[in-house]
Design a protein around this ligand. Sequence first.
Ligand code: PMP
Length: 414
Amino acid sequence: MTASMPDRTGRHNLDPHLDRYAARTAGMTASEIRALFAVASRPEVVSLAGGMPNLAALPLDSLSTQIGELIAEDGLVALQYGSAQGIPALREQICEIMALEGISAHPDDVVVTVGSQMGLDMVTRLFCDPGDIVLAEGPSYVGALGSFAAYQAQVVHVAMDDDGLVPEALREALAQAGRAGKRVKFLYTIPNFHNPAGVTLAVERRAEILEICRTHGVLVIEDNPYGLLGFDGQTYPSLRSLDPDNVVYLGSFSKTFASGLRVGWVLAPHAVREKLVLAAESATLCPPTLNQMIVSRYLGTHDWKGQIKTFRENYRERRDAILGALEQHMPAGCTWTTPDGGFYVWVTVPEGVDTKAMLPRAVTARVAYASGTGFYADGFGSRQMRLSYCYPTPERIREGVRRLAGVLESEMDL
Ligand code: PMP
């Protein structure tokens, strides 16, 4: 039998390795969202919790033929180790994709990653010492918060409104860090179709935010997995295109093609590129050659822009379903954002309701969401929740919101 060991907080824990872990593991805790996946995936529950892309529109037959051909024609390359930076053909195609959002980049400056999550991990590993401040929108992407915690960076949230990050709040956060004598390493931002807030950074604010960061010597990490999923086909000038020397850009094929292939990329200022490649090499030796070749072949042979348009139309229909249902069912006092792209609506509920405490009751009523506190590093967000409309059918979305509204109403009566 394994002895129960008291942990650092004095509680007993069955892990006999507890006193061996590195100090940095103290910040590694299970995300609230991941813990929820098991319950939320029961078929009777309408899950508005996870952000899984809806892949049903992918042409599986032609993909399977192409993958077969790829192995038959080029298997010995596809199944072999490759360059740490990623295969050159794909890096060229990635530059063409980024051009759609105004970025002019050289393939030599692109580093292919295992999803943009790996990019987040590498960037944090390269830039953050324990205690360094990272600025991030409040709320922010839960996976990024996980990486920041893993490297013991201290997250300071910067307020957003319907037009994204508020420049004045950024100035104030920088001034406060300055007064406290703290080093701010970077601003992490998701300018387009924000996860979880659903808003987009106004074009007029972009240059101002870049200017503030530049003046304060703060690097900008631009995370843009949803940029091509604007419901009207609209795109916005990427931060990287406006200030190439001070922005590290993270991209991904997870939302525009297939998340399970785990192919993303980092476009870094030239000076940073070499360190990034070394960090990538020490993490994975090289990204999976087969998956990169699948993406590259798909981009070369398939109407990928048409495919993205199809994805956009599917998500738009779901966005319309959720906004209509929220309007119809939600009790007075609830407010929500109006996304014009991406996967998420951010809902604020009336004072007195705690979305984390309410969640088990919602799951009993067969609807799940992600409660707001998971998107903050500082415990804020108890009156917020993220609803993802990307995966369920429009009918299920409407039913889910109806159930959620019922739970909220009884909560408000308590
Ligand atoms: N950044 C943001 C804002 C995301 O929403 C996600 C996925 N949910 C990621 C990064 C990670 O994406 P991936 O690793 O699949 O590329």
